[in-house]
Design a protein around this ligand. Structure first.
Ligand code: SF4
Ligand code: SF4
Length: 76
């Protein structure tokens, strides 16, 4: 069973930071810039090696902008 990791729908994300704060392992950071809406930085995976695939980030998202998708196999 491959590990899952969060995939962000930036068309839906409102840059609220709830997912960043929800991650118990500080995997996420709101540092993705270049998206015009809200004039904010959007979340992205900063420390994938620490992600356990727990899904707490996705559960915390108020607009369902995070899908948990299978991670690529190591070295893929
Ligand atoms: S799945 Fe869990 S460990 Fe991975 S980024 Fe989301 S909250 Fe953090
Ligand atoms: S919780 Fe959802 S809406 Fe908020 S920053 Fe994360 S992905 Fe975006």
């Amino acid at each position: 069973m491959p590990k899952a990791s969060p995939s962000f729908d930036y068309g839906t994300c409102m840059a609220c930071r709830a997912c960043v704060d929800a991650c118990p392992f500080s995997c996420l950071e709101d540092r993705k810039t270049g998206l015009e809406r809200y004039n904010k930085a959007f979340p992205e995976m900063a420390r994938p090696e620490k992600c356990t695939g727990c899904g707490l980030c996705a559960a915390a998202c108020p607009v369902d902008a995070i899908a948990m998708l299978p991670s690529p196999a190591p070295g893929a």
